[in-house]
Ligand binder design. Structure first.
Ligand SMILES: Cc1ncc(COP(=O)(O)O)c(C=O)c1O
Length: 372
């Protein structure tokens, strides 16, 4: 097999992929309405479900689209009556608020600091004080803005106690940080093909309880392409997506799933954690800090505080790394003064060591002297 030039992507997805995943896209042309292609999608759907739930009760609904499509599909398809509480402690929680607003949902925002864990007793009091009954709650698992991991198990218990349906944006945690939908009381999970799954960008999916998807809705749908139950029913009946799927991306995802099963989710997270430990020890040595404390950190994406130095400029640092085959990412929030480094994808701690060696040179070049 020919080798493809390897770039080290330290942006939080699309992640660095193996050559076997890249080449899995080179297949004979096929009409996606053929049974053979349906088999690929059934494999993908069933295996994705089995990473987080039992396939008898839960299923995965696939869409062609980026991750936001799955989040939007849940928010725009599921609500029937009652308020949705949306937890906002970063850019992706904020995005869910924007989606809720665009669809005119009955929603309330629960704001929480971006670098601190959610105070559950405060959240409980907030829910109880709402003037209208809250029936749903949406939360991001790993807030990619900072790397803060929200305690979805405890939030799930809180939802159970309050009789609320819980939806989780697990875009940047799925396939690395363990999730057990049944144990955690999660009704809907949104994720995509191109982060910890190490597949190509273009497939977005929702994992949900079949029973929920089969419920007849009493209200008129406000969406069309993203209609979750229509997509579920069509696939169940025909083995096809309602509209043209990203065919070659599906083959790549099939291969990525095979590789994840070979590695194991737990082992993948251990590999990521090793890279993260290397990163954190390395930046500390260089006199840099990061925003979220280790005990609340996902160990997947890190918001590093920008060096306090006149000559520092994110764009020039980005370009310096980029010409050396490494891609880093800007901060997501204007007030945070951070840049981001993700340690996901087909990378090891050796790649992080290379990043750190280059970072050291860059900091020397700009005359950064740590306060340590
Ligand atoms: C937590 C989270 N939600 C949603 C998204 C949106 O995904 P996409 O850019 O694929 O639409 C991202 C992307 O980084 C994310 O990290």
């Amino acid at each position: 097999m020919q080798k493809v030039k390897r770039n080290i992507l330290l942006n939080p997805g699309p992640a660095t992929t193996t050559d076997t995943v890249k080449f899995a896209q080179i297949v004979p042309d096929i009409c996606p309405r053929e049974k053979d292609f349906g088999e690929i999608m059934r494999f993908v759907s069933s295996e994705l479900t089995s990473f987080v739930a039992d396939t008898e009760q839960y299923t995965t609904v696939l869409f062609g689209g980026s991750g936001t499509a799955a989040v939007e599909s849940i928010l725009s398809s599921v609500m029937n009556d009652g308020v949705i509480v949306i937890i906002n402690n970063g850019a992706y929680g904020k995005r869910m608020c924007e989606i809720a607003d665009a669809y005119g949902l009955d929603w309330v925002e629960y704001g929480s600091p971006m670098d601190q864990p959610i105070q559950l007793d405060h959240l409980q009091a907030f829910i109880q004080k709402l003037p209208r009954p809250a029936s749903y709650l949406a939360v991001v698992h790993n807030e990619t803005t900072t790397g803060l991991v929200n305690d979805i198990e405890s939030i799930g218990s809180l939802c159970k106690a309050n009789n609320m349906t819980m939806m989780v944006d697990a875009m940047s945690s799925f396939a690395a940080i363990p999730i057990d939908m049944s144990k955690m009381n999660i009704s809907y999970v949104a994720a995509s093909s191109n982060k910890n799954l190490q597949g190509m960008a273009g497939i977005s999916f929702v994992i949900a309880k079949k029973e929920e998807l089969e419920k007849e809705r009493t209200t008129k749908p406000t969406n069309y392409y993203l209609n979750l139950s229509a997509q579920y029913k069509h696939f169940k009946e025909t083995g096809q997506m309602r509209f043209t799927p990203p065919v070659q991306t599906m083959y790549a995802l099939q291969q990525a799933i095979i590789e994840l099963k070979e590695e194991g989710v737990k082992e993948r997270y251990e590999r990521y954690s090793q890279s993260w430990d290397t990163l954190i020890a390395g930046i500390k040595k260089l006199g840099l800090t990061h925003l979220v404390a280790p005990e609340h950190h996902s160990k997947i994406v890190t918001a590093i505080v920008e060096p306090d130095c006149k000559a520092y400029n994110f764009e020039s640092m980005h370009d310096y790394f980029y010409t050396n085959g490494i891609t880093i990412y800007p901060g997501k929030h204007a007030n945070l003064n951070s840049f981001r480094v993700a340690n996901i994808g087909d990378l090891t701690k050796n790649d992080i060591e290379l990043f750190l060696a280059l970072l050291e040179k860059y900091l020397q070049q700009i005359g950064f002297h740590s306060a340590n």
